[in-house]
Design a protein around this ligand. Sequence first.
Ligand code: NAP
Length: 439
Amino acid sequence: MTDYRRLRVALLGAGSVGSQVASLLRQHADELADRAGARLELVGIAVRDVDAPRDVELPRELLTTDAESLIMGADIVIELMGGIEPARTHLLQAINSGADVVTANKALLATHGPEIFDAADQVGAEVYYEAAAAGAIPIIRPLRDSLAGDRVQRIMGIVNGTTNYILDRMDTEGAEFGDVLADAQRLGYAESDPTADVEGYDAAQKAAILASLAFHTTVPLDSVHREGITSIDKSMMDAARHAGYVVKLLAVCERLTGGEGEGESISVRVYPALIDRAHPLATVHGANNAVFVQAEAAGNLMFYGAGAGGVQTASAVLGDVVSAARRHIAGGVGVGESTLANLPIVPIGHVTTRYQITLEVDDEPGVLATVAGTLSEGRVSIATVEQTVVHEANGGPGVARLVIGTHKALEQDLSETVDRLAASGVVERVVSVLRVEGD
Ligand code: NAP
């Protein structure tokens, strides 16, 4: 057996991911030593309760509630506690004591990323976070390293497994949102409080991380436009299917080219959107994730796989640990984060997409002309219209459903126009307005 140098590895957290990381580190110790060029010695695991039951058996003597002492003297610190504090304080402590750090903590990086990256820069440490954006899927390294010589134009990601599971079952089984959510909670795909997933907060954190990397720009979480999927119902799913689309919760990070005299800017947004069924993202089923990247030279790339799960996420974490160990041995700096471009981030009103607007209108002569006129006045150009009768006139006016597909329009124009339509005498109800992505 090669006599490798030993690196002291401290693990903070032994939950779903941490317990699997600890187990794999011990199980594959010899192979990992050969790959890393150093023996990765797990010196301790910080937890809240050393007596809590664990998913895998861990040596009792490694468990401690004293994270601070564990961090002091570690070469590599793996943070898998989650949440903001004390994870933030521990990561900064690890960096300042000379360790390289590995984390899967999207909430922390999306809110305190610049502080953590700056601290690491100041002391020449590295921060690895492959597992923070889409679990097991390698996407951080491709954006940070492999595409460092290219220009990313757009990222469209299905980065939340819970919402994809719910929307996929609504699409394939014709089920209602509430029923599938209850099922997802029973099966462990959704938390008992599903807010972070179904309201898009989790996806927004990942979008902020991906956009920062892709566009070399600091993207604060509050600059990410966010909408969840709670308003999506069976009738919207049916209409989408009928029109050849599927509804997906998308994280869209896009480089925009300004008007005359204006430079580039970016838009980062999370919302349920219609995707053509022929698009590769439409084929992402169940709780899987996928990130579709469009780059100037590379063209279209898609990264697909498990976006969560203890052992799957542990794979990405261990890849980072091996990278950290190799750097620790060889020295030098990695590609790192760059915020050199610092492009302005535009609000949602400045974004241009196609839309599908569904209205219930009075089924009377002239109504279609009124709707078309209002859209045209609002600079929204119609691509397709389909009309179906909801109920026949029975004493009063009948009601028809109009499904209008638009050409690309400015969000601000579109939303003002939809408000005018809603207030017009002929529209009974705006059933839905969905963006169409994936051109
Ligand atoms: P988890 O199951 O809740 O485990 C958290 C672990 O951290 C537990 O072992 C807990 O100790 C420990 N811990 C929490 N607060 C602590 C404190 N103040 N002091 C000491 N120990 C503390 O979390 P997880 O699902 O493994 O997730 C870990 C990280 O990975 C999170 O940032 C998450 O966003 C990210 N991530 C998770 C997944 C996934 O599929 N689970 C996927 C991608 C990324 P006790 O066990 O004693 O309570």
